[in-house]
Design a protein around this ligand. Structure first.
Ligand SMILES: NC(=O)c1ccc[n+]([C@@H]2O[C@H](COP(=O)([O-])OP(=O)(O)OC[C@H]3O[C@@H](n4cnc5c(N)ncnc54)[C@H](OP(=O)(O)O)[C@@H]3O)[C@@H](O)[C@H]2O)c1
Length: 353
């Protein structure tokens, strides 16, 4: 396993991290139980994965609790644990309190990385709450940052990170005098929007990048014969036609034709190379040196092993170019809008207020 330094921080993350959203079990990802979770986390550690990603939002804190249970017998100082605070909670005192609650659920004294889950704009807040007190008096960047700095001074968090932040929001936080260790954003063969503006900014400012949904919620593993087989709740993103999911809110036509064509070509490349599609997709995402770590989530140690095989595979450079080419029509169709769930005019990574 290769490890990469996250920007100017002292974090060294495995290039494949374990997304722990599905721990704790729930309707979005399906059942999970503590014994399997312990086996999964131990397998991940044994295979060299050191980054484990969770959030207070995931299953209302159950993901954090399950992660805490599953790592009990692993050496804490060799694990890098990241969690996230939701924007509706990012007031000064709430940030302190919510971090404390995350620490309690994970049962640890410190978080290696604490991220603000989405930018502090109205759209992020409106989607999560109807509380007029919050909407008329939203959290302010200065207060959130002051609280994060206090948590760092207290040793409760080691590094400050953000998630789903466009360049404007990164600069708003940096203006308060902090170094952002990591920005976490969607990145996979079908979600390349960060290549337009955010990755260049992160490279230039030496900021780490964690790519999430490395397997496009399972689509890039080849487990679906056609797009019609994908459960509707995974079809909320701009990739899919608005009518494919009742939870869809982007109002667009999607790029299903481009994805279907690209999937056939990716499958052919995988077959020719004699590796699985999940492995190939992880290999492609982790080959990008501007990305510190790619997150994939799974509840199965066997599938985790496939993903690790992808991160550690050695394939010729022309395969990288070929994958770049076959996925480019999807990238061009979706454009420079990293918020996969919203219409471009409401992209939360970009909206300033
Ligand atoms: N910051 C953010 O806003 C944000 C948003 C989304 C996600 N994330 C983070 O990113 C992590 C990963 O992304 P994600 O959970 O959205 O999706 P993902 O990792 O792209 O895909 C997960 C899906 O792929 C399946 N899978 C994994 N490996 C497989 C393999 N080798 N073969 C076949 N199927 C496989 C899993 O099923 P099984 O469980 O059945 O294997 C699951 O259904 C999350 O856990 C979370 O930590 C962050």
């Amino acid at each position: 396993m290769e490890y990469r330094k996250a920007g100017r921080s002292d974090l060294e993350l495995s290039i494949l991290g374990l997304g722990c959203w599905s721990l704790g079990g729930g309707t979005y990802w399906g059942d999970s139980n503590p014994e399997d979770e312990k086996r999964l986390l131990h397998t991940a550690f044994d295979l060299g994965i050191n980054y484990f990603d969770t959030a207070e939002l995931y299953y209302d804190g159950r993901s954090e609790e399950a992660l805490g249970r599953a790592i009990k017998e692993l050496p804490r100082d060799r694990l890098i644990i990241g969690s996230k605070i939701f924007p509706t909670n990012a007031y000064y005192q709430q940030t302190l309190d919510h971090c404390e609650a995350s620490l309690k659920r994970i049962d640890t004294d410190y978080l290696d990385l604490y991220m603000v889950h989405w930018p502090l704009n109205m759209r992020s807040l409106e989607l999560a709450t109807k509380d007029e007190n919050i909407l008329s008096n939203p959290p302010q960047v200065e207060d959130t940052v002051a609280a994060l700095l206090k948590l760092r001074d207290q040793g409760k968090i080691r590094n400050i990170g953000v998630s789903n932040f466009g360049n404007y929001w990164m600069q708003e936080f940096e203006r308060q005098g902090i170094m952002i260790a990591v920005n976490q954003l969607i990145y996979n063969l079908f979600s390349r929007a960060i290549e337009f503006e955010i990755l260049p900014y992160c490279e230039q400012s030496d900021t780490g990048v964690i790519g999430y949904s490395g397997l496009m919620e399972g689509l890039l593993t080849g487990k679906y014969e056609s797009l019609d087989d994908i459960p509707a709740h995974y079809c909320r993103t701009r990739h899919y036609h608005k009518d494919r999911s009742p939870q869809s809110r982007h109002g667009g036509e999607g790029c299903e034709k481009e994805m279907t064509e690209a999937l056939h070509k990716i499958r052919k490349i995988a077959d020719d190379e004699g590796i699985g599609m999940a492995e190939l997709s992880i290999w492609w995402a982790t080959r990008n040196k501007a990305i510190t770590c790619v997150l994939a989530g799974t509840r199965s140690p066997e599938r985790l092993k496939e993903n690790v095989a992808g991160a550690t595979a050695v394939l010729p450079d022309d395969i990288y170019q070929a994958l770049d080419e076959v996925s480019r029509p999807v990238m061009d169709a979706l454009g420079p809008y990293p918020d996969a769930y919203e219409h471009p005019s409401l992209d939360r990574t970009k909206l300033k207020v």
